[in-house]
Write a protein that binds this ligand. Sequence first.
Ligand code: IMP
Ligand code: MG
Length: 329
Amino acid sequence: MKNIVVGGQYGDEGKGKIISYLAIADDPQVIARGGVGPNAGHEVNYKGKRYPMRMLGCGFVNEKARLLIGAGVFVNPEVFLKEVDMINGRNRCGVDFRASLITKEHIERDSASDNSKKIGTTKTGCGPAVSDRVNRVGKLVSESPELKPYLTDVVKEVNEAKDVMVEGTQGFMLSLLYGTYPYVTSKDVSASTIAADVGLGPTQIDDVVMVIKSYTTRVGNGPFKHELSVEEATARKMQEYGTVTGRPRRSSPDLHFDDLKLAATINGATHIALTKVDVRFPGNDRLKKYADLTKEAKAFIENVEKKIGVPVTLIGTGPDVEDTIDRRG
Ligand code: IMP
Ligand code: MG
């Protein structure tokens, strides 16, 4: 099987947790990350430890899997090497030799530019690195001596492996093409682009899992429906803070179904993973069986399926990788 996991909202849907669950449950040989770069922050809570991941895939919790970064990704070598050390992954991590490098100068440009301030970027240098690549003046990962030992042909590896999981980053509403332009990230991040990022053709993909959170959050500027104040969000336990920037996330108490329907269509979603059901509906903490969910939670899930038209097969009931209900047959 070759599956892709993408975000259906503004990033921070809980992809990290769902991806790490799938990495163990489905046991893929190869886990490949697409998307933009270290602007993504994915939190994984595993065996009592918290891992804030920005460059490496969250599937690292499966210790046998090869962990790859695709050609479409923009790599900050410092962040990459720190994470390789953190997970003790020196002999199983690889970066496609065609991928792009993020330099100190890109980070400076991202921090200094007025437009980056207007958008509220993560200041990780991603936008300027993408624009250099587009202008054909970008640097490649092969120009970094520290990355040399990790360079590989990810295209060959993902196409030759039988079971592959592909990780997307950001979320559909931050996509350069389909999000709330110009308040978006610097690449398209829908499933087709994520597949191309790692070198898989669209006909190779079996399933697309679109992750959505039971309420909506957004960091950075741009349009956002039904926004709560920090006080209201705190009272409803919906107030969150960015993994990369530490900024308070903006939150909205509901799901924006028009956006989600478009996201499901363009991503070609075959499954929905619905996270943080326990936060929205008390009494569902850490449940592992669908039958045990409260009536309110079940009605909410059925409504999501009806409105979006895609089955909700994975349900998050707590921060830990194991706090997941799996209804896939
Ligand atoms: P950039 O991707 O750093 O250029 O930032 C563009 C916009 O996307 C800003 O509003 C960021 O806060 C937002 N953004 C980028 N990556 C993520 C992510 O992984 N999660 C949530 N928001 C993100
Ligand atoms: Mg995040």
